[in-house]
Design a binder for this molecule. Sequence first.
Ligand code: HEC
Ligand code: HEC
Ligand code: HEC
Length: 182
Amino acid sequence: MSLTGFLLAAVAQLSQEAACEPWQPLARDGLHDPEAAGVPMLQSPAEALSVLPRDTAGNKVDWVRALDTDAIDPRESLDDDTALEVLDTEIVMRDTSTLNWVLFPHRPHTQWLACENCHESPFVARAGANPINMGKILDGEYCGVCHGAVAFPLTECNRCHSVRPDSVSARDVETTDPGETR
Ligand code: HEC
Ligand code: HEC
Ligand code: HEC
């Protein structure tokens, strides 16, 4: 199968998984046992999530905006004294064939996640040091450890592939050499 054919097939499958209605009642979500006595006692997803900034994909909440607008204020750590270290740098990945380049922003990640979640596994902390590609991501490696699992889904191509190659010189970003990322 060609690369494009492979990607399209993988995306069609992901889209099917994403196509179910937002915020199914727990008893009808296919995950909870509708007969279980505890299910009616749980808060419904619609009640909990509909008050947050909306998104068009995944669980229909824009979690980055929810945090930035103080709609939520999660504890940074289970022990009160450990604060997260927010890092505000961006890395542009340019080995993207005809698609827009990928911009990886540290800020919206380090607002939720300590460095150890990503360094040195799955990512060596050096721009261009990781042989990332889309097939591996769709297989659940690299960005795919979280995206499509607990963060916005892989059907949202443009959210990662967000940098038009002709716009990059205007940005204060670190760029990786296309040859370095393989
Ligand atoms: C979570 C972020 C993310 C999402 C969402 C995403 N990509 Fe990618 N994509 C990447 C990264 C990272 C690379 C590797 C870039 C590099 O190494 O320079 C990549 C590389 C690619 C490449 C280059 C060839 C290859 O095999 O690596 C193609 C084509 C591609 N993506 C297509 C897509 C399409 C189509 C979608 C949407 C259906 C998509 N991507 C969604 C992050 C993403
Ligand atoms: C969600 C995953 C993730 C988290 C969390 C994360 N990083 Fe990274 N980091 C990356 C990725 C992806 C790259 C780019 C690797 C590449 O280009 O192949 C990177 C690159 C780097 C680099 C090299 C590029 C540069 O900007 O100099 C440093 C240094 C770095 N990270 C430090 C940190 C520190 C410090 C933290 C915690 C405050 C952190 N990272 C948290 C994913 C993460
Ligand atoms: C350890 C988990 C993890 C990994 C690995 C990871 N991300 Fe994320 N990412 C998140 C979370 C959590 C968010 C915030 C919640 C959301 O947007 O779904 C996020 C948000 C983002 C955003 C949204 C920024 C915004 O302003 O909306 C982009 C872009 C992104 N990630 C790209 C990437 C790319 C590219 C990679 C791989 C190079 C990657 N991520 C790897 C967890 C991860």
